[in-house]
Design a protein around this ligand. Sequence first.
Ligand code: PEP
Ligand code: MG
Length: 712
Amino acid sequence: QRFQRLMDILFDTEQVHTLNQEQDSHQLAQLIGAELIPDWPSRRIVLANAHGLHARPATHLVNMTKKFAGDILVAVDEGAYVSAKSLTKLLAMGCRRGQTLTFIAQPDTDAVAGLEQIIDAVQQGLGEEVEAVDLVSHQHSSSDPVVNTLELMPFESHGDTGSCGIAASTGLAFGPAHVVKPREFSYERRGQSFKAENEKLEIALHQVKNSLRQFIAHTESTAIKQIFMAHLEMLDDPDLLQSVQRGLKQGLSAAAAWHDHIEVAATAQAALSDRLLAERAADLRDIGERVLAALCGVADVTEPEQPYILIMHDVGPSDVARLNKDRVAGILTAVGGASAHSAIVARALAIPAVVGAGVAVLNIENHATVLINGDTGEYVVSPEQSQIDHAIAEGQRQRELREQAEQHCLEPAITLDQHQVEIAANIGKVGATIQAVADGAEAIGLLRTELVFMSHSSAPDEATQEADYRVVLDALAGRPLVVRTLDVGGDKPLPYLPIEKEENPFLGLRGIRLTLRKPELLRQQLVALLKAADNRPLRIMFPMIGRVEEWRAAKAILDEVRIQHPCENLQVGIMIEVPAAALLAPILAQEVDFFSIGTNDLTQYTLAIDRGHPLLSAEADGLHPSILLLIDQTVRAAHQHGKWVGICGELAADPKAVPVLIGLGVDELSMSSTSIPLVKAQIRGLNYINCQQVAQQALSCDSASAVRALVE
Ligand code: PEP
Ligand code: MG
C-alpha cells in the first residue's frame, strides 16, 4: 500500500511537486503513510494515575501539548506513536497506571523545550492526585492495578508489616528463595542493519530452542514435556520469522521487532472467543519473553538445586497443580486469599503456603533463605540460625504428631463422650480417591466435578464421565460418594464452556445458574452419574442454590433422568453457599435429603468479601458469628426434618473451627484428605458437651477473633 502511495505521488505531477519542497524524513514518511520510527528528542515517564490515562488527565495533556506548534507524539510502553494532541488517540492507547509513556518532539521546534513541561505535568498527575508508582509491581502492564493502589492503604496491621501474610496451607518450610516475577528488558528500538539484527535474532532463537530441547529431555512430567514441545513448534513457525524480519527491514532492532510482533500476535490471540485458543496467548508471551531475554542478554532465573520457597505475585490453581512437590518446599505470594482455589490446591498437595503477603515479597533476593509458617502466615527473610533450628524442631514435632495420627486414621472420629462425626474427603481428581480412603476418609464428601472436567482438554462425553465416576465409586468400595454437579464460573472458568465476560463473575452465571441454562449438560452429567452408581451409595448435590426455584428446577431434571436410569441408593441435596439458602433452610429441609455447607462461598457472600481478594480475604474468616448463625439455623432446620448436614468448605479442617462446628451439631466434616488424620485425632480428644457449650457462646460473640479467642 505504501509503495502504491509512493507510485501515485510520483506519477501525479501536482503531488510530485510537493516532494521537491524541502521535506524532512518525518514529513516524507507521513506523506506516504509509512509507519514512523522518528529519531526525535524523547523523554519517558511512568504514568502514576490510579485509573490510567482516562478522559480527564488525557484532556489535560491535550490542552498542554496543543500550546506547542511542533509535533509531539507519544507511545505506551513499546507501542506505536500517536499524536499527543489527539484526545481520541490518547484514550485509545488505554494507558494504565504503571505503564511507560514515551514522548517525542519534532526537532527544531518549540515542542522540544515543551517536553520538560509535559513530563513535569504527567509527574504531577495531569490534574489528579497521584501516589508514586512502585516500579517492581508495575513492570508487567498486566498486573492488577487495583492491588497496588490498595497496597498503599493497608488497614490495621495486615499487609504493612512486610513479614506477615495469610496462612493458607499448614506447615513450616524454609529454603532458598526462588522469585518468579516479570522481568524488565531494555533495548534500542532502532537496529544497526538488517543483516546484523537478523543474525542476533537467529542466535537468540537457536539459544532458546536449545534450552527448550534440553528441558524436554530432562523433565519427567509428560504434561510439562507437551507444553514445551508446543513452544518449540511455535518458534519453528516460518510465518513468525518472516513477520519479525519485516520489522527488521523497517529499521527496527531485533528485540523491538520481536517484541512488537509477539505483542500484536498475543493480543489478537487473547481476543479470540474460543477460550482454549485465547489461552495460547500466554504461551506466545512466554516464548516471547524467553527470546527477548536472550536478545537482551538477560539470564534466565535458574531454579535452586535444593527444595526452595517459590515466591510469586499470585499462583493460579493450575500453576500449583503443575508444581513439582519435591522441588517446592513452600509457597509465598504477594496476593491471594486462604479460600482461593490456588490455596485449596496447595493444601491438597500439602505444600506449606503463605499468601497475600504484599508485593514487597517480590523484592526478596533470589537464593536468600526464607522461612514461612503456613499456620500463622508469618515469613522471615534470612532467619537467624535459632529460628531455623526452631523451625526444624517444630517441623519434627508436627511430623511426629502426624505420624501418630496417621497410625489411627482408619479408625472413626468419636469424641470422649461417644459422639461420632463422619469424616470425608474433598477431591477434584478421580484418581485421588484411593489416597483419600488410605488417609481415613469414610466417604467422599465433595467431588468437585468441574475440576474433573478440567482434566480433559475438551468436554468429556457421557461415557467418559461415567468412566470417571466409576473410578471414584470403585475405589470407595461401598463408602458414600457426594458429588457436586458442575460448578463452573466465578474463578473457575472451563475452557470449552465459554461464558461472556462478566463484571462480577462471583455474582454471575455460576454453578447451578449456568447448568440450568445448559440443561443438556446437566442432564448428561446426571445420566453419567446414575449409570456409574450401580446402586452404590450416591449423593448428588447442586451448587450455588440461592432460590427455591433453582433447587426445584434442578431436582425436576434429575427426577426425569431417574425414570430412565433408576438408582436405588440415591440422596439428593444442595450446597448451602448463598446466605439466602441458609435463611430458607426450614423450607428447603422439607424437600432435600441433605445439606452440605460450602463455607468458602458462604463466607464470601455473607461478609461480601471476594474469597480471592488480595487484601481483604484475610478478613473473610468463616468463624465470624454471622456465618455460625447461618450454620446453626441450617443444622436446626435439617435435624428437625431428619436430614443430615455436612461442611465441605475449608473451615471443616480448621482446628479452631472443628469444636464449634461439632458443637453446632454438624454430622459430617469433609476436607482435603491430608487433613483427615489430624482432625480425627483432634476430635478424639474433644468432649461433645463442651463443644456444644462453646458453640452456643460463639453464636453470641461479636467477631471472628472473639470466637477464635473463645476456642483457644
Ligand atoms: C465452598 O464454597 O465452600 C465449597 C466447598 O465450594 P468451592 O470451594 O469449590 O467453591
Ligand atoms: Mg463454593
